[in-house]
Write a protein that binds this ligand. Sequence first.
Ligand code: MCN
Ligand code: MOS
Length: 764
Amino acid sequence: MTVHDMKHADSDSARLEAVGGRLSRVDGPAKITGAAHYAVEQQLEGLTHAVLVGATIAAGKVTAIDSRAAQTAPGVLAVLTPDTIMELNGASDWLGNPPTQATYSPLVREVTFSGQHIAAVVAETFEQAVAAAALVKVWYDETPAIVDLSDRRAGDGIPIDAMTKEWGDAEAAFAEAPVRICTAYNTPREFQAAMEPHGLIARWQGDELTIWEPSQWLDGMARTYAEWFGVPFENVRLVSPYIGGGFGSKALALAHSAVAAAAAKMLNRPVKLVLNRPQNFTSYGGRAATRQTVAIGADREGRIQSIVHRGVNETAVDGMWVEPLGSVTSIMYATPNFSSKQNVVRVNTVVPGAKRAPGENPSAFGIECAIDELAHELGIDPLEMRLINYAEQDPHAKKPWSTRQLREAFAAGAEAFGWAKRSPAPRSMRDGHQLIGWGVAAGTYPVRRAYGEAVVKILADGSVEVESSSIDMGQGTYTILAQTAAETLGVPVEQVSVKLGDSHFARAGVTGGSRLAGVMTGAVHKAAGQALDELIGLALSDPASPFHGLQANTLHVRDGRIASPRGEGPELSIAAFMRAVGRDHIEARGDTVPANFTPEQRYNNYTTIATAIPHTEGDYSRHSWCAHFVEVHVDEDFGTVRVSRVVSALDSGRLYNPKLAESQWKGGIIMGIGQALLEEGIVDRRHGRIVNGNLADYMLPTNADIPDIRTISVGIPDPHSSALGGKGVGELGIVGVAPAIANAVFHATGKRVRDLPITLEKLI
Ligand code: MCN
Ligand code: MOS
């Protein structure tokens, strides 16, 4: 702990080490000193290296592969092709649906996207594998590819009926509304661009498989490997102690994972395969490109009468991804009439995937820009517009919110930003050649819940161990679970060590949808409570205990010392007590899984998302909320946009650790700035190739692009959302940032940019 932290702690009500304290990340020192070993940094005896060969066309057939030169190159152990790689079983999907095909080949003959894996070379060294992979010759029969949503041959796509949300008569009410806007918004293909690339080391020992792989979901991925290779689930061990960012991309075992594990089995040697940066743009999906139209009808006072919303997202030729575009549209504002429908369009891409707040993020871009447009049309302040249409309950589920501090967020954000000083007309604020714009937008993310399990051990020396197969990709899981165990047990946080990232620990479900913190603090709280009960029970009942015979029904543990609540009798450390009763540990396995769950339901709870609890289950609708206030400077001559100020007020319920929550929110806001101004996957129209698939050409914000960001927590504990009263944090922050910036750019320039990113050529 540094002096700086101590100062922070002093100014906060919660104790540093308790839940709600501003404890710095307990994994920080290991990461900074290099003591933290990431998955693919493991040093193994006899390690071999695999390198992939990807398709250079986006559609067609591989007609021939000549691997002779590669096979005889120095150090080469094997060249795998669709003909030579071992056959795998099909695996069930993450919803738990059974496989659609009996067999699976991660190397293909039928190409459906550029970069798809066709062959792999395994060699003694990485350099040998790279050199030999360049010698593999591939011939194709190329057919025309559908490169993106704008391709006419792609058509209107496939309706996803499950996404339809309707009440009232939206079309008729829109037609009759005195004030109407109807606008279209587009977001491009985006990528997660985590600093740590995807990759893995696979090792077989008999029919036991160990995989070191960065993972947001050890148990889900272990299930996939077990199914591919037809071995029992228990035989697969996933190890992922540290992760250099995932942002949604690291939850599934992918084709390259299968190639490495198959190669390891075929060669009976451990195999390491790490995707190079361009392969990180084609081996798994980023955020799907989206198109939406938002039609809003209102009365002259600004009260919304109807919203008609239509959305489309791209998906793959041979895989389905739905980016739910109506998710924010359907709940943010009160409206008597509503209709939202969505189609998907198949294009020649790898299956798109989850990127921070999938669905909510592009959904908010549509509705939060449209509200700004309506406010401008009516001459109403955009913040006032949002208050006029404030949804007092969930308009779709027709249930009260568990908690919704959005009004408080608008008020706190506006106050801190100085919104009252905004001059309403576009182009009315400037500083020399810089046009200044102020924009606002709201955001939300549902509280996703699931059941969790954890093991808490009290050891002979009084230290505590927490074990869970959940993970920390930078959010702070290690830290908040240490705080939860320390507070529940009454021991100093330095005495707690948290072990994560090993599928042989107590099982855990996916780290996705901002659910892990709520699930795991609940499970650790429960397991630690059980361990404490056992400790106290032993202290009162064991004949060798110094507390034996004391007329007390309970004991207190504080700062790692056991005492009676009234102070009579002895007081001793947990270590001294464990010595006295001759115990070397106390262990409790606590879970929040319903008692009537069958073993299969339990297995599915950890390895699929089939048992996730709907956020509108029961009496309430549960969501986190936020309001972003943004200032931009737009150069009048050059059209360059700089975000100069951000104030965001957010409701994530109770915060387990405000320091980490603020860091998460800021990370989301920074990602939102990138999305608004920079990020865009560019596809070559001739061969459907991502041309900017590297970190030099795929633009991401750097420190120089990021202004001072102020975050304000307006949450209150929400007992309906989680055991400790927290709601989701990690994804919330990004939702609403891009529309707040687009709205600010309109205020600065009088120009609406409805296609992200907002680049200078769209402004001049
Ligand atoms: N937290 C808190 N109080 C709460 C809830 C959370 O203080 N009430 C803090 C905790 O430090 C917790 C963190 O916020 O560890 C994230 O909590 P939450 O978002 O609720 O849940 P998850 O742990 O499931 O986070 C996953 C979420 C997702 S889905 C993406 S995508 C994402 C994100 O977290 N990817 C990230 N944040 C990321 N941060 C980093 N550094 N890297 C990523 O890849
Ligand atoms: Mo987050 S995109 O749900 O991993």
